[in-house]
Ligand binder design. Structure first.
Ligand code: URA
Length: 216
């Protein structure tokens, strides 16, 4: 698996990452969701550079020309509920894609330990397609992996792009172990050093789902 960390290069993406982390700016829920959407748009552009292209002829009112357009059949998947604004950002650019949704939630067994439960999955067939699975927070990596496994009930994609905004190093290590195949790429906008005892990313940003949609 290839890991791409956008944090290694300065761009306007940094501004949006700074804002989603900032405890004061986070109070504006609409800005938080819109920033995740903007990050999704930038990541979509970067992922698009890795796709295969085919030359298409386009007729204008005054003549004709050719241009390379993506030829891969894309399925854009996300995990409820925090993934929705990031999915929207990707969907703004990959507007021809099909879409998949998975629910994943942490069921706490005690103060610290939890299982991840997947209860809902809706996806088109995946055989031979390019799956872009987006989830803003890659903490342990367990929910992303289980969401991917659930999607495999719909077939085996030819290529997989896993896109997270803030990842913990432990999550990156777990995903690298669980996806040894070279047709999988992990994209992150920042990699943070630690998880706390509740498996939240430190410094991270807090609970992305609550910050998007309000506390549970
Ligand atoms: N999910 C979140 O929303 N935040 C974390 O830090 C980890 C998982």
């Amino acid at each position: 698996m290839e890991v791409i960390d956008f944090n290694k290069q300065n761009s306007i993406l940094n501004q949006f990452i700074a804002e989603i982390r900032d405890v004061n700016i986070q109070k504006d829920q609409m800005r938080f969701r819109r920033n995740l959407e903007r990050i999704g748009e930038i990541m979509a552009l970067e992922v698009s550079k890795k796709l295969n292209y085919v030359t298409k002829e386009v007729t204008t009112p005054l003549g004709s020309t050719t241009i390379n357009v993506p030829e891969e059949d894309i399925v854009l998947g996300t995990v409820f509920r925090a993934g929705l604004p990031l999915h929207q950002g990707f969907h703004n650019y990959f507007d021809h894609c099909e879409n998949a949704f998975v629910s994943a939630y942490r069921k706490y067994l005690d103060e610290v330990n939890f299982d991840v439960h997947i209860e809902y999955m809706a996806s088109p067939k995946l055989d031979g397609k390019t799956l872009i699975l987006v989830d803003p927070m890659l903490a342990t990596g367990n929910s992303l992996y289980l969401a991917y496994r659930a999607l495999l009930l719909k077939g085996t994609p030819a290529k997989v792009h896993l896109c997270s905004v803030i990842a913990a190093q432990a999550g990156v290590d777990y995903v690298c172990k669980m996806f040894p195949q070279d047709n999988v790429t992990l994209w992150c906008a920042a990699v943070d050093p630690e998880l706390n005892s509740h498996a939240y990313i430190i410094p991270g940003l807090g609970d992305a789902g609550d910050l998007c949609f309000g506390e549970k």
